[in-house]
Write a protein that binds this ligand. Structure first.
Ligand SMILES: [Zn+2]
Length: 137
């Protein structure tokens, strides 16, 4: 029975690594599919059909762009796992909580650095007297 403290962390990291890898495979498959659809030769005479096809193409480009970025995020996370740097915020270097890693396994930042600003401003808004009285009435 393993007693080393690090074994627990590495087990969790292994689970997340598995999730990252399967998500990466999924995204790459989908991206391949989109690419193949893009390559298909257009021989459409119908203008309306051509227009809708162009619309689909634009949408596909946006989706591909988003997926390519997501793939690179996941690949960077896998690289950090390989280098034993996974789960540490790249901005403040504090450990990223497990529940955040489970929700967003490819995250590079802790809650404060990634979305803290947004949450804080929302809290400030709730702290405004006008807002409070609106809630009270
Ligand atoms: Zn941080």
């Amino acid at each position: 029975m393993p007693t080393a403290k690090s074994s627990k962390q590495s087990k969790q990291t292994k689970v997340l690594e598995h999730q990252l890898r399967s998500r990466l495979a999924q995204l790459k498959n989908h991206l391949d599919l989109l690419r193949k659809e893009m390559i298909v030769e257009d021989e459409v005479d119908d203008e309306a059909m051509q227009a809708s096809r162009n619309g689909n193409r634009e949408l596909a480009i946006i989706t591909m762009d988003r997926e390519v970025r997501h793939i690179s995020e996941i690949e960077q996370a896998l690289k950090r796992i390989a280098q034993n740097e996974y789960g540490v915020c790249v901005t403040c270097e504090s450990p990223i909580p497990n529940n955040r890693l489970q929700a967003i396994p490819w995250t590079r930042q802790c809650v404060d650095c990634a979305g803290g600003g947004i949450n804080k401003s929302r809290q400030n808004m709730l702290g405004q007297p006008a807002f409070r009285s609106a809630l009270a009435s």
